[in-house]
Write a protein that binds this ligand. Structure first.
Ligand code: PGA
Length: 277
């Protein structure tokens, strides 16, 4: 693995646990480092005959990570057939096949490229799990039942070995918006105005086209992961990352819940960490 310039900062916030914060020269070094961390865990579990459970995120930030994962996998023939995935969230109200649905996103950027016939050692479709309410179509099942079932599946298949997270400019993780309980499980949420505004860029700039609701893993579900990776790149994430790293945990900034976890690595590029220059 190439030598990577990393500035490692250990921050102690209040009396809480330590987070490792890695600041990279640029996003491509960041994703290569992060992708190697993920495939190393998968490969180690494969060698022990164990599955790996990954928690996956959508949004623009993880796209280069998924590209790096695909490249490293193809070059090194890593085996994904024992990988089980859980996605963090999905909009409520988009039709099947909608290009902005998170299921479509994951198929496009990861699953279809890491699955047979494109890749013989790829992810098995039955190992992909999504909090996608459209899976209820034609079934007599309430939203509440659906979210409880997703949480139950997480408990049965989990714990998640590595949870990948992006962060919203308002500090949300998944779609757990400001004010979400730190102990919350999978739930239906109303998206905040700032999230709708941020995501309008994916809907032709039209805030009215952005769904108002989503299903998301809760912060409590996220904190059950063994290892958490949070990625933030670009200048528009600098202010929230500084806040997250310097604030005591408070529900108005959901990502501050990560201070309660033992094993969090935060990957930033220089633009997202100007306060480190
Ligand atoms: P982004 O979204 O990666 O598109 O900035 C992150 C998020 O809202 O969690």
């Amino acid at each position: 693995m190439q030598l990577i310039l990393i500035v490692i900062v250990t921050l102690f916030v209040s009396s809480l646990r330590a987070n490792e914060v890695l600041v990279f020269e640029d996003a491509s070094e960041l994703v290569e480092n992060c992708a190697w961390k993920i495939v190393t865990v998968i490969d180690g579990n494969n060698k022990k005959g164990e599955k790996t459970v990954l928690g996956l995120a959508t949004g623009s930030t993880p796209i280069p990570l998924y590209e790096a994962l695909i490249k490293i996998t193809y070059e090194n023939h890593f085996d994904w057939s024992h990988v089980v995935t859980f996605n963090l969230d999905e909009y409520v109200g988009l039709p099947h096949g909608h290009e902005q649905s998170y299921r479509y996103f994951m198929d496009r950027y990861l699953f279809s490229r890491l699955a047979f016939p494109n890749y013989i050692l790829g992810i098995k479709p039955e190992n992909i799990h999504f909090p996608d309410v459209r899976l209820c179509d034609g079934k007599d099942i309430s939203l509440r039942q659906f979210t409880d079932d997703y949480e139950m599946l997480l408990a049965c298949e989990g714990p998640i070995d590595i949870q990948i997270l992006g962060i919203g400019t308002n500090g949300h993780i998944g779609f757990a918006e400001p004010g979400s309980s730190f102990s919350g499980s999978t739930m239906v949420v109303a998206l905040s105005e700032s999230t709708i505004r941020d995501n309008a860029r994916f809907f032709g700039g039209d805030i009215n086209a952005v769904p108002q609701k989503a299903i998301t893993m809760g912060i409590g579900s996220i904190l059950k992961a063994k290892d958490i990776i949070l990625l933030a790149t670009g200048a528009n994430k600098a202010a929230i990352m500084e806040k997250v790293l310097t604030s005591s945990p408070a529900e108005d900034i959901p990502a501050t819940a990560l201070h309660f976890h033992d094993n969090v690595t935060i990957y930033l590029d220089k633009e997202a960490a100007p306060w480190k220059q």
